[in-house]
Ligand binder design. Structure first.
Ligand code: ATP
Ligand code: MG
Length: 292
């Protein structure tokens, strides 16, 4: 199944989250059955990230948005952990610091966008400024309502600078969220994750749904699409995200840069000389020399 086609939000389309089943798991039956595919995708991502880094002319920005306990951290841990930390960065966006709040809302996001050759994952993002900010009325409607266009323009700048953008909304049900909060209560090693605001935010679920539906519908573009990922099953979430990232990177046209030296010359000059010096390789088969 091509989850890019299945889960993408078509530009200009209306989004009704209540019509999308958060427990959807495609044609896959279980975690065990999906695991080989997830692992294959994660390996592809690793190889493609190496190529992106070597190529050095493009970058990838992944935006993760979700309500609490939907699995942003899980995606980072299980899907992006295959990539080399040299060249892969994760930034979390919390309540703006004094410095951040003194600038326009896109400033702190722009500071963190990937350099050429890099992958950057936003754990929450500039979208919070049309989500939590809207739900909690932190600014007036006339301010947040103009931000969708500003976000689209901002992302256009990044795209023109050869950044590929992928945006994921992890979609869980309120029941699944409550079950996950309960699991945290039952596990002392996860007590530190619990905050009372997680529970009070649940009461604003319909307002968040409305804000997400607008944000996703108004900013899903051909070059910076949103994907709504059914996330009640953690393994399906990982499968879909890893497949979409790997398939997208596959189509970025990444290439190893041309060799800057004459390989035959270098090989003769340094390696043949070294062999002669140590006497290694004399009278041996090629395989024996290779094995040394
Ligand atoms: P976890 O899954 O561990 O709870 P988290 O991303 O929810 O991770 P928290 O420290 O719990 O991290 O919450 C960060 C909070 O900061 C979120 O409630 C988010 O909505 C809020 N936040 C992010 N950006 C903004 C913003 N621009 N204005 C106001 N609040 C923001
Ligand atoms: Mg939180």
């Amino acid at each position: 199944m091509d989850y890019r086609k299945k889960l993408v939000v078509e530009p200009g389309s209306k989004v009704r989250l209540s019509k999308i089943d958060p427990s959807y798991s495609g044609e896959h039956e279980s975690h065990e059955k999906a695991l080989p595919e997830i692992q294959a995708n994660v390996e592809r991502m690793d190889k493609l990230q190496y190529l992106l880094y070597a190529d050095g002319s493009q970058s990838l920005l992944v935006v993760l948005q979700a309500l609490d306990a939907a699995g942003k951290d899980g995606v980072i841990r299980h899907v992006f952990s295959g990539m080399n930390p040299q060249g892969t960065f994760v930034f979390g966006f919390k309540q703006p610091s004094k410095d951040e709040a003194a600038h326009d809302f896109l400033w702190r996001a722009h500071l963190r966008t990937p350099e050429k050759g890099e992958v950057v994952v936003f754990n929450r993002s500039h979208y919070e400024d049309v989500l939590v900010v809207r739900v909690h009325k932190l600014v007036e409607r006339r301010v947040w309502s103009k931000r969708y266009d500003l976000i689209n323009d901002f992302e256009k700048i990044l795209i023109q600078n050869r950044t590929t953008i992928l945006k994921f909304f992890l979609h869980i049900s309120p029941e699944e969220q409550l079950a996950r909060f309960k699991q945290r209560l039952d596990d002392p090693s996860r007590h530190w994750k619990i905050s009372e605001s997680d529970y009070s935010e649940r009461e604003l679920w319909p307002q968040y749904v409305e804000a997400y539906e607008d944000a996703v519908a108004l900013t899903s573009t051909k070059r910076a699409p949103w994907y709504i990922i059914p996330a009640n099953h953690k393994w399906f979430r990982n499968l879909a995200v890893s497949q979409i990232v790997a398939d997208t990177m596959d189509e970025m046209g990444l290439k190893l840069p041309p060799t800057r030296v004459n390989i035959a010359d270098i090989s003769r000059k340094y390696h043949a000389a070294a062999r002669a010096k140590t006497g290694k390789g004399k009278g041996r088969t090629k395989e024996a020399v290779k094995a040394e």
